[in-house]
Design a protein. Structure first.
Length: 492
């Protein structure tokens, strides 16, 4: 049966709400902007408030007989070749937790690539799942990681045959991707599900020159952030389901357990509108973005001291399996400054905001929203940065550990370490102790320390030198990392 992707059920229902002049004596209390503070209305505009209605009993009726959200989710599933789709207004941080809880429960094992986002770590803490960490593929020259290989998942299942499934992150924030089809086969030979955290891959289904995406590769559950590379509003996320290894009822129940009972219709509308946009014009829009990104990347290569990481850098034996060129990750090590310095300079001097930032790179993602004007502003700012860099102080050195130093022993379940008895110790005395907190350089948001891991000197030194260089650690209990929360083993 042909599906009409010109429809946008949420947007149509919102239009009907206004056309029919409904007068709600329900939340939200601003009552279609009438009660909002004038200064807030001046900054945000009334359109924000006009789109902010109650989902059930507002956008739809009390019993959701209009099936507004259901129809929108069905259209989204069809657009990306999934069997079921669930909308989330709490970001992929919620979606990935719901996916994890649908596959494993307390004290059950789940294979997880150790390059997972901090939301996965939070899911472990909340659920009591036992992580079996699968090693990413480490590029020792560039000091970054790529998703684990299918062989690593195979070995992990052989060592832990009681694991309930696997979770892999692909693409990474750097744009490198995993061999999802091969990893899915590793799982399915055991009749176990594969979860893919594809938060950075919302655009992948819509152009053949982009890496394969999770549903087409045979994954069972896929989590996607529409706000990252798509046109959705912040916190707009979807999770998709295929096959019979995870039932829609279980996934829906787990999401309901974690999700808000007051979902944002604004975010729903953004998800619905993005699906329509991509279903009707996705190949055209993504083709234009890819063409523009190719021009931007080629031009950056001409700037002294800058190199845009490309397929030859990221893909090959022991590295990633495929590569998305749109994140546009720029290595500036030859400029003699850190990514932190570069990002601060671009924002302060040219009002250009970089995304991904680390000790030697900045990320300038290109999406279908960019054009030659925005690309020109970026390139002009980067050229000026290249000229300014020689006059900037040498960036503080960040001591990035070797791969074998990064991996610390998981001595306790993350949940037990996080909620058990703890004590605060000086960071210089924390090596050898079991961490009771998560410590995450952000972006990209991959924890350097998980609760339950036994801390070592190289990782602590990496964090302290990174902090001195400009690294952001939003979840550390001590913002300056003077102290670290560790498990009080005497209390046990």
């Amino acid at each position: 049966m042909t599906v009409d992707h010109s429809r946008a059920p949420v947007l149509q229902a919102l239009e009907d709400y206004h056309r029919e002049g409904r007068l709600s004596f329900t939340p939200p209390g601003h009552k279609q902007a009438r009660g909002a503070d004038p200064a807030v209305r001046e900054v945000l505009g009334d359109s924000v408030f006009l789109g902010d209605v109650l989902a059930t009993g507002g956008l739809d009726d009390r019993l959701t007989r209009g099936r507004v959200l259901h129809q929108a989710q069905e259209l989204m599933a069809d657009a990306v070749h999934a069997e079921h789709t669930f909308f989330s207004t709490c970001g992929s941080s919620l979606s990935v937790k719901a996916a994890m809880l649908s596959v494993a429960g307390p004290h059950e094992k789940l294979l997880i690539g150790r390059d997972a986002h901090k939301s996965v770590g939070a899911g472990l803490i909340l659920s009591g799942i036992e992580p079996v960490w699968v090693e990413p593929r480490w590029d020792a020259e560039r000091r970054l990681s790529h998703p684990p290989s299918a062989a690593e998942f195979e070995h992990a299942f052989e060592a832990h045959p009681d694991a309930r499934g696997a979770l892999v992150t692909s693409p990474t924030p750097y744009g490198s991707t995993a061999a999802l089809e091969a990893i899915a086969q590793v799982c399915h030979r055991r009749s176990l599900p594969l979860i893919v955290d594809e938060a950075w891959g919302a655009h992948l289904p819509f152009h053949p020159d982009l890496p394969s995406w999770a549903m087409d590769a045979g994954a069972d559950v896929c989590v996607t952030s529409i706000h990252k590379m798509g046109s959705g509003l912040e916190q707009g996320s979807v999770f998709h389901l295929r096959g019979d290894l995870v039932t829609p009822a279980v996934l829906g129940m787990r999401a309901d357990l974690l999700g808000t009972t007051s979902p944002s219709v604004l975010i729903y509308a953004g998800l619905d509108g993005w699906r329509r946009q991509m279903a009707l014009r996705g190949k055209e829009l993504m083709g234009s973005a890819l063409g523009l990104a190719a021009e931007v990347r080629a031009t950056i290569e001409e700037i002294d001291g800058m190199h845009v990481n490309d397929r030859d850098d990221f893909c090959g034996p022991g590295l990633a399996d495929d590569f998305d060129p749109l994140p546009c990750v720029i290595d500036i090590a030859d400029l003699g400054i850190t990514g932190y310095q570069a990002a601060d300079w671009l924002r302060g001097h040219r009002s250009i905001v970089a995304h991904l930032v680390d000790h030697r790179r900045i990320g300038a993602q290109i999406t279908h929203a960019d054009d030659r004007e925005t690309a020109g502003e970026l390139l002009s700012a980067l050229r000026e940065l290249g000229r300014a860099a020689p006059g900037m102080p040498t960036g503080p050195r960040v001591e990035v550990p070797q791969p074998e130093e990064l991996r610390m022993e998981q001595a306790m379940l993350p949940r037990n370490a996080f909620f058990g008895p703890v004590e605060e110790v000086p960071a210089q005395d924390a090596a050898g102790r079991i961490s009771a907190e998560m410590i995450t350089p952000y972006p990209p948001g991959i924890p350097a320390v998980m609760p339950g891991e036994r801390l070592n000197e190289p990782v602590l030194r990496y964090l302290s030198t990174g902090l001195a260089a400009g690294m952001y650690l939003p979840d550390a209990s001590s913002p300056g990392l003077e102290t670290v929360l560790v498990v009080d083993e005497r209390a046990g």
